[in-house]
Design a protein around this ligand. Structure first.
Ligand code: WQD
Length: 308
């Protein structure tokens, strides 16, 4: 059954893939994005790929001056529910500017909750992260794993999950899915949307892509002395189109009138090391990926991957 869905952060890397997936199956979307880390062209490309029109509201969910507009637009849209992907996501930056991370990420989530409540559309799919697990679990990690995020970014995700659980307890009409993403990578097969971070990429895949096209000289592999099979860090890399399908499945699940809040891992269920990822990227792109081994990055863990 097609649904009317608010997509906060819909112009970003993951959001744009979610929009294409949902619009291609007939859902009607209202995208809210401030374009602080997204390109306006992403909207044209979403329209082109899904062959459908979409309404876009350029507003900052964390800005009190924008709140009245946002509440009004969401109410007027008459949504069934929302997917909330808007937020800041650089781990290192969150350590340097924690207040900004708490303000923006938690403020945006609270505005979305308020707007959905006012619109009487109490279905909420939240873009959480496997970063909520921290380093204390045995792999593979399932949803009952302990939570101990190790940086402010991860703690914003964890706190928002907890806020949503409190809200589900306070009002039994709420239906909430916390999607805990592992490491999203790749792009839509058309090549028209994908990941294009501003500045020097923090994450492995956009960095490798920039080395492959000659924009950067070489990759730094952060550590080869972890207790893993080749000494480099192991992560669970999930294709962004599979991740997008996970959002569609979460909406279908909520359409069955499931009440309360649930946590769901979105991973591929398999761990790959940095060195394996470099070798695979090299093979797939047919380009050399020069790299050097450098010291471990602060805050990194040795290994995490999802249970399948
Ligand atoms: C993957 C592996 C690095 C860059 C983070 C967040 C997570 C999610 C995704 C949001 C690690 C190694 C990386 C490089 C390297 N959040 N690496 N050289 O740290 O697993 O997850 O990003 O957007 O919440 O915590 O992802 O891609 O940065 O690192 O060797 O230049 O690659 O040490 O082992 P991470 P990542």
């Amino acid at each position: 059954m097609s649904q009317r869905v608010v997509i906060a952060g819909g112009a970003g890397y993951i959001g744009s893939h979610v929009c294409v997936e949902l619009m291609s199956r007939g859902d009607t979307l209202l995208i809210i994005d401030d374009f602080s880390n997204a390109h306006p062209e992403a909207i044209d490309r979403i329209r082109e790929l899904s062959n459908a029109n979409v309404v876009v509201l350029k507003r900052d969910l964390a800005d009190p001056m924008h709140k009245a507009d946002i509440l009004e637009a969401i109410k007027a849209f008459r949504p069934d529910g929302a997917i909330h992907l808007a937020g800041l996501k650089a781990v290192g930056e969150s350590v340097a500017e924690p207040e900004r991370y708490y303000n923006v990420n938690i403020g945006s989530a609270l505005t979305m909750i308020e707007a959905l409540k006012a619109a009487n559309a109490k279905k909420f799919v939240f873009s959480s992260s496997a970063t909520v697990y921290g380093d204390g679990n045995t792999n593979p990690v399932n949803e009952s794993g302990g939570t101990a995020p190790t940086n402010p970014y991860g703690r914003t995700k964890f706190f928002i999950e907890e806020i949503l659980k409190d809200i589900a307890i306070s009002d039994a009409d709420w239906q909430i899915v916390n999607l805990r993403y592992f490491n999203p990578v790749g792009a839509h097969p058309s090549g028209r949307i994908g990941e294009d971070p501003n500045g020097i990429p923090n994450n492995l895949f956009p960095f490798m892509a920039q080395v492959a096209v000659g924009k950067r000289d070489k990759l730094s592999v952060f550590g080869n002395d972890y207790p893993t099979r080749d000494g480099s860090g192991v992560r669970d890399y999930i294709h962004v189109c599979d991740l997008a399908k996970g959002h569609a499945a979460a909406l279908d699940y909520l359409a069955e009138d499931k009440k309360g809040a649930i946590d769901i891992n979105l991973g591929a269920g398999k761990g790959y090391s940095v060195l394996e990822a470099v070798a695979a990227f090299k093979r797939a792109s047919n380009r050399d990926i020069p790299f050097e081994i450098t010291p471990r990055r602060d805050g990194d863990i040795a290994e995490i991957y999802a249970a399948s």
